[in-house]
Design a protein. Structure first.
Length: 448
């Protein structure tokens, strides 16, 4: 990093960072016990929220020079935002982190391959749902043709990093293009009508986790909702926002807002905690654009997680839910809990299932190590966090780990494999488990 780059970074920090928010941090340290990287690095201050804010302020004030060490400190942050609920000053740490990363990313010197990969992922893939569908089709062919089994047998996956090789084993079965494209966009309510809702289908949720989206739709229908999947929606932009590509995420936010303005819906329903947290802050993302600020607020005001609307509509009392006897525990999606403030509702639903013994996990509110693409770009720290998480899961003696976010789901599945619990334990999305409980209950009633 040249002296010229450092001066320009400082100017950008002074221009773009919210200085009042930087001053809002009282350095009290309440955030320290909630920060996974502070704990995992042996309580190193520069890997804590307080320490990172001090570094951001230092660059802005010109008393700290930006360098690779500071960039690494910010990159090592999970962005789980567990520091925000415990902060007595209400510091919006997540906003500061994304703004700082965006500035540093703009000035980062990258190799040609890295530039091409970033451009391909952030500009060429995720803003185009049809391309994600095509990529999913290729994955489906890889899985159904038997190539995946052959690849593992001959050791092909050993050519990839350990975290990616482990992830390949636990990917869900990809849907076919036909399944995706032939699904209707409107689903009528069952029983008494209670609401008109729109599903934020998501990019990976509506391809790789297609079955979970279908389960979500079924639950909404059972709860008395007319469900619409608006056309022209796309990826929420969270991956871009967390990786310093804020301008691209703004473009995607605008397209999503337009897509959901096309209908009159009581609620916009999400089933992925990571997406929810980014969507709920579209008003912050677009606050500086007069044409979009009010439209973003309207969009945000209608957002609800699937578990929240089910509880609001009394779904768990109006439908009998049952499973074979099993112990269940719940791993919070960090963003669903810390940003959407939704954490009681999943537990209410799980505890309403007959046959389930619900066991609260110690530290269920702390990150599992997934954090978007964190387990790919920071695999060592991610695996360290996951190993400690699985030790706490094992203490619950649960056969079923429930999550509310696709990244968390894959991470917990990887944890089951990694800890040697395959066959004794499973990980499942809450929407899939609730549909399983509905079907099990219906089957048992028929038998009776």
């Amino acid at each position: 990093m040249t002296e010229k780059d450092k001066r320009q970074i400082q100017k950008d920090f002074q221009k773009n960072m919210d200085y009042d928010e930087l001053l809002n941090c009282m350095r009290c340290g309440f955030c320290l016990p909630s920060c996974p990287t502070y704990i995992e690095t042996g309580h190193k201050e520069k890997y804590s929220p307080r320490g990172r804010i001090a570094l951001m302020k230092g660059i802005t004030d010109g008393v700290v020079e930006p360098d690779e060490d500071i960039a690494h400190s910010l990159d090592l942050c999970l962005g789980c935002r567990a520091c925000e609920p415990v902060c007595p000053s209400g510091v919006k740490y997540g906003h500061l982190l994304e703004d700082a990363r965006s500035i540093l990313q703009k000035h980062k010197k990258q190799s040609v391959p890295v530039k091409l990969i970033r451009k391909g992922v952030f500009n060429g893939l995720f803003p185009h749902q049809n391309r994600i569908e095509a990529a999913t089709g290729l994955l489906g062919f890889y899985q159904r043709s038997g190539l995946s089994k052959v690849g593992r047998k001959i050791g092909f996956m050993n050519l990839f990093p350990e975290s990616m090789a482990a992830m390949e084993k636990i990917l869900p079965e990809a849907p076919t293009k036909k399944e995706i494209r032939e699904r209707p966009r409107f689903f009528p309510h069952e029983g008494e009508k209670k609401a008109d809702v729109a599903l934020f289908a998501g990019c990976l949720m509506d391809t790789l986790f297609f079955k979970t989206n279908n389960a979500t739709i079924r639950l909404l229908q059972k709860a008395g909702c007319d469900v619409t999947i608006p056309e022209h929606q796309l990826c929420c932009g969270a991956l871009h926002g967390h990786n310093g590509e804020l301008e691209q995420s703004k473009k995607m936010a605008k397209q999503n807002i337009e897509a959901f303005e096309a209908g009159h819906f009581d609620y916009i329903i999400t089933n992925a905690g990571g997406c929810s947290a980014f969507l709920i802050e579209y008003d912050h993302l677009l606050a500086g654009e007069p044409e979009w600020a009010d439209r973003a607020k309207q969009f945000v005001s209608r957002l609800k997680d699937i578990s929240a609307i089910l509880v609001d509509l009394d779904f768990h009392h109006q439908h009998h839910l049952q499973l074979s006897p099993q112990t269940v525990t719940y791993q919070d999606s960090c963003h669903l809990r810390n940003v959407m403030h939704t954490y009681k509702e999943p537990r209410i639903l799980l505890q309403s299932i007959e046959g389930v013994r619900y066991e609260e996990m110690e530290g269920a509110n702390t990150c599992c190590g997934s954090a978007g693409d964190y387990n790919i770009v920071q695999p060592e720290m991610a695996m360290q966090i996951l190993d400690h998480k699985m030790a706490k899961v094992e203490k619950t003696e649960a056969q079923t780990i429930v999550t509310a976010n696709p990244g968390c789901l894959l991470e917990m599945k990887a944890g089951v494999e990694r800890s040697g619990n395959k066959g004794k334990m499973r990980a499942v999305h809450i929407a899939d488990l609730l549909v399983e409980a509905l079907e099990y209950s219906e089957e048992n009633q028929l038998v009776r």
